[in-house]
Design a binder for this molecule. Sequence first.
Ligand SMILES: Cc1cc2nc3c(=O)[nH]c(=O)nc-3n(C[C@H](O)[C@H](O)[C@H](O)COP(=O)(O)OP(=O)(O)OC[C@H]3O[C@@H](n4cnc5c(N)ncnc54)[C@H](O)[C@@H]3O)c2cc1C
Length: 421
Amino acid sequence: MTTNRPHVVVVGAGFGGLSCVRSLAKVDVDITLIDRHNYHLFQPLLYQVATAGLSPAEIAWPIRRLVRNQANVSVRLDCVVDVDVSRKQVQLQSGEPLAYDCLVLATGARHAYFGNDQWAEYAPGLKSVDDATMIRRRILLAFEQAEMAPTDAQPRWLTVVVVGAGPTGVELAGTIAELAHKTLARDFRKIDPRSTRIVLVEAGDRVLSAMPPDLSAKALKSLQKLGVEVRLGTPITACDAEGVMIGEERLPAATVLWAAGVAASPAGQWLGAECDRVGRVQVAPDFSVPQCDGVFTIGDTAALSIDGEPLPGIAPAAKQAGAYVGRAIAASLAGKDLAPFKYRDSGNLATIGRRSAVIDFGRIKLSGWLAWWGWGIAHIYFLIGTKSRLLVALQWFWSYITFDRGARLITGRQSRSSTES
Ligand SMILES: Cc1cc2nc3c(=O)[nH]c(=O)nc-3n(C[C@H](O)[C@H](O)[C@H](O)COP(=O)(O)OP(=O)(O)OC[C@H]3O[C@@H](n4cnc5c(N)ncnc54)[C@H](O)[C@@H]3O)c2cc1C
């Protein structure tokens, strides 16, 4: 850096990193914001890209554009591969070390296959724009292949298995059911897309296990109404190019999607810090990392319990942590104390198809049509910029009244090779 101001390096321009950068806007520091992508992604709506409802540009924004009015920030497109805590440097993939006075690691999480990494090839997870467009391609190509296949081969092409009934699995299964049973219903000549089987497999005993049991039960009913087969208490025991094994049962399926597990980014390994079972760094109550001078970890890659309750791996928690760490850095530079972090719980939401959702605000619980409107309004509100809000609202309104899904493009590789069969 060319100035003598303290240098804050923020790694990750997701919800946590961006919120930290913004809270340092008026602080006398130089910030370098590093991300391996040039965009900030609104992950809660990724499933809409994967199911052809929205296009990637409607839920992702260039990082440079988002911080261009904040003069103390420089953006760097690069990937952090290690941290030298004794020298206070991050190691970049491009080869150069970058020195910091304060380091904020907000590198999120990735999929976990519980020791079965070989399943990743057959059952992609949903975490990035590339994942979403690849899943969209697999789903849409399966219908094209079914149309060309002999009759006895069609059922495999017309079977979709979603593994994991958390919010992402439930949202994917519900939306794919609507895509197959409504949107595509009259678009093919040889096959009937309404015969598509969508099987949601969950090892636990209910869907949306983070929600209260009555909302789980309502979500289950909504899924069944959409024609989703829900298999509870049945883990996947094998997954290959032909389909899956659910317990002892073989289920041929051309499309298998993974929504079952996450693991934190390798930030804990870079730091040599103590981590929990899914690799999240055990942080102090101010998100600083013990024994790592000037280092903070936030969002999905940090583990912290407040009053005995673990902070959830959701966007509001990452944002609040990011804003707090920005204030903590400012306070420490000014030699001031900061009140301890307090988490404001903004509730738990999940949607099931186009007209149903469940919302848990603690004392207030909503389900059905009203909850769907609440879910939709909340998500439009949290998008960045008026243009995205208007575009997404318009797309949803249009799909709501017509069942149409406008982003039905098969992009990338056109044919399903052996790895995509
Ligand atoms: C499909 C899906 C649906 C979700 N739905 C919801 C929802 O409905 N509501 C909700 O509240 N939460 C939801 N979440 C969770 C929410 O998105 C995360 O909790 C939140 O994004 C965590 O923020 P973060 O800043 O920790 O990480 P992220 O937002 O994941 O950001 C991490 C950033 O770090 C960058 N990065 C990672 N590694 C490196 C590296 N080595 N070098 C440089 N850059 C790096 C990444 O490119 C990324 O930009 C969902 C998540 C997914 C995947």
